[in-house]
Design a binder for this molecule. Sequence first.
Ligand SMILES: CC(C)(COP(=O)(O)OP(=O)(O)OC[C@H]1O[C@@H](n2cnc3c(N)ncnc32)[C@H](O)[C@@H]1OP(=O)(O)O)[C@@H](O)C(=O)NCCC(=O)NCCSC(=O)C[C@](C)(O)C(=O)O
Length: 353
Amino acid sequence: MTDWTDPDTFAQALEQVETKEKGNCFEDFAEGDVIEHDPGLTLTQFGNEQWMGQTLNHDPAYWRTDAAEARGYDEPPIHPDYLTAATLGITVEDLSEKGGYFLGRTDVRFPEAPVYAGTELHVESEVVNTATSSSRPEYGIVSWRTRGKDAETGEVVCSYERTNMIPRREPVATDGSGAAATEADDGPDLPEEFITPDGGYFEDFQAALEDADGENAAVAYRHERGRTQDDVTVAQLPLSTLNTAKQHHNVDVMSESPSGDIVTYGDVTRSTALGHARSDEQTWREVGFDDESFHTFVAVGDTVYAFTRVLSAEDNASSEQAGTVTFEHIAFNQDDEPVYSGTRTAEIQKRSN
Ligand SMILES: CC(C)(COP(=O)(O)OP(=O)(O)OC[C@H]1O[C@@H](n2cnc3c(N)ncnc32)[C@H](O)[C@@H]1OP(=O)(O)O)[C@@H](O)C(=O)NCCC(=O)NCCSC(=O)C[C@](C)(O)C(=O)O
């Protein structure tokens, strides 16, 4: 009788059997397809606090009732970063479990009303674009518009458009133009002066921008904190949002991939950098994010730091106690390489209150 556990026999059996696959390849997506994601997820205070704690997001309005009430909330709400990560996490099984890398995201938006623990998320995505990668014949590039809704009321609580590289079943011939393009290097084109705001209130950002106006200057600075990636941030946090991407928890498969190892979920990298940035400002409310890109891998042992450039400050927020500031945030690693960048619009408290 065959001993299926004999190593030689088992190796042969493994080679001959089919693998019941998970996830979808590039060829499975067609523009206009709408995908409803199961199983959904209930946003909990535990999940919220675990995400915020591990990514160093310590805004008291999300931790304490008195601080939440001062912000006009009934209780500490779900943090927009956790909401975004949970909305995306649920979609991975259908959209990107096959192993495609998260390239970027834009138009991340939240309604003005806060979202509280206990909300059940129902998420759906529409395929908005499919494209050939001219540099990588074994991949295609897919963009989806995703909406996370409160399952009870149907209200959209988080929406965005995301772009991933997705493996193809069959590689295609490409013209190789993507790989060939290199630009002439004229050296970096940076301003002469970098201005740091005096504090983290709206008026501080406004004053720093006024100082830079008309000068060869930018309002740009780095944040001191760093967060070294460990098993919790790389494997545990994505799994806690139901993100099944093998990039984050299967060392065996990833040893054969471009990174050679498991990598940090893009939303953890981004949220950590934003946590560093928020620790140097008086955030009132998150409005949205655009033009988010993930430039290179972050893995266990890498440290995530943050750099901020202030782009604009307008006195037009939803509350008189705040103004609206647009930032560009760049997350970078211990070798000063950018790993994430994106623009963020947030309402920032005024000092006068
Ligand atoms: C993927 C790597 C290896 C390619 O690195 P490279 O140097 O070979 O490539 P590139 O030249 O920068 O870009 C390759 C192609 O992608 C296109 N591209 C690039 N960006 C965008 C964008 N925003 N929108 C649309 N297209 C974009 C770009 O135009 C180009 O097209 P081409 O092949 O036709 O020339 C490299 O960019 C990299 O390492 N990036 C970091 C990826 C990463 O670590 N992401 C976060 C972790 S994975 C994750 O969180 C997973 C998740 C959330 O769980 C889950 O999706 O399931």
